[in-house]
Design a protein around this ligand. Structure first.
Ligand code: KG4
Ligand code: ZN
Length: 340
């Protein structure tokens, strides 16, 4: 048939992902997560994640092949996350991808993890417009990117968090409210019926003129902790739903305000939101409302493509192949702190 069949491999954090992409279409994927093994630690433990990737690699690749209805030998190109991420975790995916590429004698491409996140939406909604703003919000990242053609144009990193990532803030606040891990879904459930205006938590750097796209969430976490302590000291019961809803509102307010500021400043008309926190219902609703009011198109892929996965890496690989980019080769090294 001649159409490329690109295998994407992702292992930068706690998700082991394989995805099969051909000419912009997702054919199938396999995903395994070690999230539950990190629950007791309140965050991802690199060594545990790496061992889990090693366990999961072969069975998860099989799942992806089955899901797509193809054979290993049908793969024509391999793409893999080379960074950024946890070094030991990235190494396992790289080794798996090299083994597949070498055994099939097919080209191997290294992919930047954030380019993968940006590309995820193309598998759901088709090619991105000429330029767009991408907000990546997960347990590991809080980044605003200005994105053009994902293969031809460099991605511009407009801003990041100075401390905790947005998802990390959810995880830490859930922990101090006794809600368990991962904290995002737990806070969302707890927030149902809560009053998002009950507590006025800080919106850090919302009007920071010199750092318009920079985030900080550690002060918000501290503010929630102080509030809980104060209430407990007063011998009152902690209004968990109100605190969860007010915390959520503060995070969402900052994320959406800064992302829309980037869209307007760059004179663009499309905002893409990806990452695990994009599953948050309040974020989706507030972003939709403010984008509608501003005449901005909002694109958010379904949750399975928002969180880390192999399909998004395959999507970038597929673009690289169709563009005719040079492969990275089998000697490609992990770049745990890769910058864009
Ligand atoms: O993208 P992801 O699966 O993994 C990386 O961190 O790369 O994102 C996981 C993060 C966790 O911090 C989790 O608490 C958060 O996404 N998350 C949510 C929701 N679902 C997951 N945060 C807020 N609301 C949610 N519904
Ligand atoms: Zn990620």
């Amino acid at each position: 048939s001649g159409a490329p069949l690109v295998l994407g491999v992702e292992s930068s954090c706690d998700e082991t992902g394989f995805g099969l992409v051909s000419e912009g279409v997702l054919l199938g994927q396999g995903l395994a997560s070690s999230a539950s093994q990190h629950a007791d630690f309140g965050g991802v433990v690199p060594e545990i994640a790496a061992r889990a990737h090693l366990d999961a690699a072969v069975p998860t690749l099989h799942l992806a092949l089955e899901d797509a209805g193809v054979e290993l030998g049908d793969i024509t190109h391999v793409a893999v996350t080379s960074g950024p991420g946890l070094a030991t975790a990235v190494h396992v995916g790289l080794a798996a991808a090299k083994a597949v590429a070498w055994s099939l004698d097919k080209p191997l491409y290294g992919v930047h993890h954030l380019a993968g996140h940006a590309a995820a939406d193309t598998l759901e909604h088709g090619p991105l417009p000429e330029r767009s703003i991408v907000l990546i919000v997960s347990g590991g990242h809080t980044s605003i990117l200005a994105v053009g053609d994902l293969v031809r144009d460099p991605i511009e990193h407009l801003g990041d968090t100075l401390d905790d990532a947005a998802g990390e803030a959810f995880d830490k606040v859930a922990r101090l409210l006794g809600l368990g891990y991962p904290g995002g879904p737990a806070i969302s459930r707890a927030a149902v019926g809560g009053d998002p205006t009950a507590f006025r938590f800080p919106r850090a750097m919302l009007r920071s003129g010199d750092a318009p796209f920079v985030f900080s969430f550690s002060g918000l976490k501290t503010a929630v902790a102080r509030t809980v302590e104060r209430i407990e000291r007063a011998g009152e019961s902690v209004p968990v739903a109100d605190i969860a809803a007010s915390f959520e509102q503060a995070v969402v307010d900052v994320l959406v305000t800064k992302a829309l500021r980037a869209v307007r400043e760059r004179n663009l008309s499309t905002l893409v939101i990806v990452g695990g926190v994009a599953a948050n219902a309040r974020l989706r609703a507030v972003a939709q409302e403010r984008c509608d009011a501003a005449g901005i198109e909002l694109r958010i892929p379904p949750p399975a493509l928002c969180t880390d996965n192999g399909a998004m890496i395959g999507a970038v690989g597929d673009l690289l192949v169709r563009f005719g980019a040079d492969p990275s080769g089998l000697r490609i090294a992990a770049d745990p702190s890769a910058v864009l």
